[in-house]
Design a protein around this ligand. Structure first.
Ligand code: NAD
Ligand code: TYD
Length: 336
């Protein structure tokens, strides 16, 4: 199979590219990534000369470039990770989220239709369902109720994907996963940001009362779920992915402080995120029963190995947290 992975230089995409090359030695993997602030060639260091791996710098919004690439590599399947992904940035400015997440997905769909692509997997998020109260979990038939500009852009993309399946018979599928953690996650997201701040003895900025709940899944388990959907999912369908692993933000922060042996006095409660979703929880029964997927990484061990990864890859994150990141951090946290 000739597999086009978009956004392969980001957190989940880079983990997925490695997993595919390891598991399917006969596959050719083409990684199309625009290298935005979140894309990092170092995430795939060591693969530069891999005979089955090709990196192409370019945007999913560039129809001519995507079309040429699909022809050149005779692409059979597309897995679309490329996106703007950070909720707080979408609150600061939503345009690029609409351009990339909606416009870029639309471009990929047009090209996929024109070239008769055999499988199209859209990597979506549980955030399209909105926010839960104290009980219950999102199923695939929960109505879409996105609250942040990020979530709205992902929901719009999902609807386009389903419309392409319905209208043109495009063999498309959607995964909707809960929050991921693991190696190579950009330190704007909760877990890597808190690990790095703790390692640097800097304050840990917890939004609001710290009681918002997220359902955490190790990135390697998300990758096996996407693999299962890509190879065995029913076209036109949505598959929720989650770990039945709910944590309050404050408890995650306390857990990681105890791992790195830093004091809880580093915790600082800051002004809440506007429109902050209270709780996410995923019902992943469908992918379990239909495709036999289940998570394999236990949270305690997964967190320990993730923290160790950040401790052992200091040069990776030190390079990131200079320059532009400092400006971002000041803008986001200085007046909070
Ligand atoms: P990320 O921000 O780490 O990486 C995004 C990647 O997309 C970067 O490499 C970036 O350079 C690339 N990109 C951005 N715009 C592009 C464009 N126009 N053309 C080509 N490449 C472009 O994101 P992530 O956390 O790895 O998320 C990957 C996907 O998974 C996203 O679609 C996201 O919505 C979804 N998702 C993420 C999570 C999570 O917890 N991180 C959970 C569920 C779903
Ligand atoms: P995040 O990693 O941004 O993922 P998402 O908002 O997409 O779920 O945030 C996870 C949770 O952590 C969310 O409830 C917001 C909270 N949070 C903080 O309390 N402080 C922070 O500095 C960040 C980045 C997030």
């Amino acid at each position: 199979m000739n597999l086009l992975v978009t956004g392969g230089c980001g957190f989940i995409g880079s983990n997925f590219v490695r997993a595919m090359l390891e598991k399917y030695p006969a596959y050719t993997v083409i990684n199309l990534d625009y290298l935005t602030y979140a894309g990092n060639l170092r995430n795939l260091e060591g693969l530069e000369r891999h005979p089955k791996y090709h990196f192409v710098k370019g945007s999913i919004c560039d129809r001519g470039a995507v079309s040429a690439l699909v022809s050149k590599f005779a692409v059979d399947a597309i897995v679309n990770f490329a996106a703007e992904t950070h909720v707080d940035r979408s609150i600061s400015g939503s345009s690029v989220f609409v351009e990339t997440n909606v416009g870029g997905t639309n471009t990929l769909l047009e090209v996929a239709k024109d070239h008769g692509i055999k499988r199209f997997v859209q990597v979506s998020t549980d955030e399209v369902y909105g926010s839960l109260g104290a009980s219950g979990a999102f199923t695939e038939s929960t109505p879409l109720h996105p609250n942040s500009p990020y979530a709205a852009s992902k929901a719009a993309a999902d609807l386009l994907v389903l419309a392409y399946h319905h209208t043109f018979g495009l063999p498309a599928l959607i995964t909707r996963c809960s929050n991921n953690y693991g190696p190579y996650q950009f330190p704007e997201k909760l877990i890597p940001l808190m690990i790095i701040n703790a390692l640097n003895d800097k304050p840990l900025p917890v939004y609001g009362d710290g009681l918002n709940v997220r359902d955490w899944l190790h990135v390697s388990d998300h990758c096996t779920a996407i693999d299962a959907v890509l190879h065995s999912g029913n076209v036109g369908e949505v598959y929720n992915v989650g770990g039945e692993n709910e944590w309050k933000n404050i408890d995650i922060v306390r857990l990681l402080l105890s791992h790195v042996r830093k004091p809880e006095t580093l915790i600082t409660f800051v002004k809440d995120r506007p429109g902050h979703d209270r709780r996410y929880a995923i019902d992943a029964a469908k992918i379990g029963s239909k495709l036999g997927w289940k998570p394999s990484v236990k949270f305690e061990g997964g967190m320990r190995s993730t923290i160790e990864w950040y401790q052992q890859h200091e040069s990776w994150w030190r390079e990131i947290i200079t320059g532009e990141y400092q400006d971002y951090y000041r803008k986001m946290y200085a007046d909070r």
